[in-house]
Design a protein around this ligand. Sequence first.
Ligand code: MLT
Ligand code: MN
Ligand code: ZN
Length: 310
Amino acid sequence: MKILVLGSGAGGGCPQWNCNCAVCASARNGSRMIRPRTQSSIAVSPDGKRWVLLNASPDIGQQLRVQPILHPKQGLRDTPIKAVVLMDAQVDHATGLLSLREGPPIELYVTPCVFEDLTTGLPILSVLEHYCGVRWHLLPVAGEQRIAEFMIDGFETLRFRAVAIPGKAPPFSPHRHDPKVGDNIALEVTDLQTGKRMFYSPGLAEVGPNELEWMRGADCLLVDGTFWSEDEMVKAGLGTKYAADMGHLPQQSTPERRGMMDALDETGAARKILIHINNSNPILDDYGPERAELAHRGIEVAHDGMEISI
Ligand code: MLT
Ligand code: MN
Ligand code: ZN
């Protein structure tokens, strides 16, 4: 299975258009080795020819333009992207659907909660009915049902499993303050020919026993790398919200909460990769001490264009 990182940044990307934080400023002036990053999305493929998009970022136009493998190959209008799966209804994960409106009807795999958000608070799917249209494939992660196994037409060698994870519905969601099973999912993709397995969870509020069980022994983890520390936004003067308020588990542990680095240690996964990295996060400096600590612990940092083969 091939995995292509289209966008490794969190909402806003890096540098963010209006941000002068230490990381964004250094990315602009080149004083530190900080690569630009677009917003959160990856693609998976069994053969490098047909791809499933996992999240559709508002930067998708640029992401597809710079990836020859995702260019149209035959006929006048064509795309190797055959289906889209969304992990949630957040702006940085869903609004790229609008940029796919020139193509065929979008084969879209989302939970009932995400479908509801994208037809009410942020009615992208209703808008798309006036363009390409959307064929909704229901991922039954809702109520009591926390796991849904599914296949995607044309991808018979891949098995997909959606799993409910702790998180929050987006600010515009009718149930922002009343979290529901299916607001946020992670996705496991297994290559049935090789048995290799990846686990993708760009927004993960906690790594509890359930999440750990999914992550254990994976051939590749691509998980929430948003923040280095719990109070990163507050300390940098960028906002008033803590990582926990935003539904993200930071890399560093505190006495109250075990962070992502310690959680990853426990997984024994072959590759441990952080993705969806906010522009405030010092791990974006390729030569900074935080990056060195990650490297020491065998944890990688995703970058745009990163290719993974498992
Ligand atoms: C988040 O995951 O918290 C976001 O990146 C916020 C956003 O998209 O603005
Ligand atoms: Mn995000
Ligand atoms: Zn910034």
